[in-house]
Every structure is written in C-alpha cells, then in structure tokens.
Design a protein. Structure first.
Length: 223
C-alpha cells in the first residue's frame, strides 16, 4: 500500500466568495477527503485545530459552537481521521498487552517471594528490609518539628528521618508549621476572559498574545 503524501501548503485550495458561502451554508461539506476548510477564512487544512488557535485565536469548541458542528465532530480530513483511528487502535492494543505482561511479571515475582523463605535470601538484604519497615512504621514528630525550625525542607526532613515526604508534609500542615503553596487561579487572569488558566495564570491564547507582546517590546527596545 502506497501512502499518499499530504500536499504542500502552497498547493492547498482556498475557498473564496461563492464557494465559501456554500460551505458556510452546508458546513458538513467543509470536511472533505483530503482537507477540511476553515469557515472563517476559507483556508484548507489537514487539521483545523492549530490553524484556529494560531490564526483566529479561538478553540475548536468555540468554532464548533459558532458554526453548528457537533462537539464530537473531528475537525480533520477524512483521510487523516481514518489514519488516526487505525493508529489509536494499535496503541490501545499495545498498551493493553503491555499492562497484561507487567501484571504477569508481578504475579510471578510475588509467587517467587512467597515460596522463598528468608533463610535463602542474603542476610544483609533481610536486615535492610526490616530496618526500612521499622522506620516506615515510626515517625518522630518532635524531630520533624525541630528540623523544620532549623530551616530544612520537607524532602530533607523525610530523608533525615527515613520516611515519606508526604507524611512529613501532612504533619507540618496539620500542626500549622507549614503552609502549602497557593494554587494558580482557576480562570484566566485577563479581564473578560473566562477560559481556564493553563500556563502561569493565563489561558493558552492569552499567554501566547502576552508572549508575542513582550517579544515585540523587547525587539523594539533593542533597536
């Protein structure tokens, strides 16, 4: 089977005038075998999501709501969608097979550990395992508070006491000795934008606009 290479951007068609009006009226015809046409500008793309985000500053959900598409409709060409389906099925089968193989190895190692008594293991390994279990069961709260007052981080305290970092962090928070870091805002910090915050308190579109603005300002300042 010979795979067809996707055409270059210069060779892709562009819907204009009457053709674009017809596509906007029958929006399902915009998704074709090799291309999917953007109903905003008429540009033909193989995947429409990056074009919408980069050129028009809108998400795929906003585009679908504006032009009447179903939210489950894929904004890709039919040929690319078929390839994605085949690749997705192959990946699912590989993941399921890998999980089954790992579970099989865990089951075998568990049976081997149960059938092998401690006398057959190396004495230093048995002693180290028992010491680790004893440290894991005991937790010195006074020592943790003392080390925290010295300025040590929860990870360093956990390493010094031989216990988990989450155990130390939970004790310090419950005792009022440590305040966890504040979470970023749930929505974008730009006024009028209600998209969820993804990067440093901004949504993806506002972050890209702010990054372009800072880049233009730095370029103008260097000149």
């Amino acid at each position: 089977m010979v795979k067809r290479r996707p055409p270059r951007k210069s060779d892709r068609p562009h819907a204009r005038g009457r053709q674009l009006q017809c596509l906007r009226r029958d929006f399902l015809d915009a998704i074709q075998e090799d291309f999917v046409f953007c109903l905003e500008c008429g540009q033909a793309c193989i995947q429409l999501g990056p074009h919408l985000n980069r050129t028009h500053g809108m998400t795929a959900a906003e585009y679908k709501e504006r032009w009447g598409y179903n939210m489950t409709t894929a904004l890709v060409s039919k040929q690319r969608l078929a390839a994605m389906v085949v690749h997705g099925k192959r990946m699912v089968n590989e993941v399921i097979g890998r999980k089954r193989f790992i579970e099989h190895l865990k089951r075998i190692s568990k049976l081997a550990r149960q059938s092998m008594p401690d006398t057959e293991r190396r004495p230093e390994v048995v002693l180290r395992l028992r010491e680790a279990g004893a440290r894991r069961r005991t937790f010195d709260a006074k020592a943790a508070a003392r080390l925290h007052r010295r300025g040590m981080s929860p990870a360093a305290i956990a390493s010094r006491l031989g216990c988990g970092r989450h155990l130390v962090l939970r004790y310090l928070v419950d005792a009022g000795l440590h305040t966890p870091a504040s979470r970023p805002p749930e929505s974008c910090m730009i006024d009028g934008c209600e998209r969820p915050a993804v990067i440093k308190g901004f949504c993806r579109n506002c972050y890209q606009r702010d990054w372009r603005r800072r880049r233009r300002e730095s370029a103008s300042s260097t000149l």
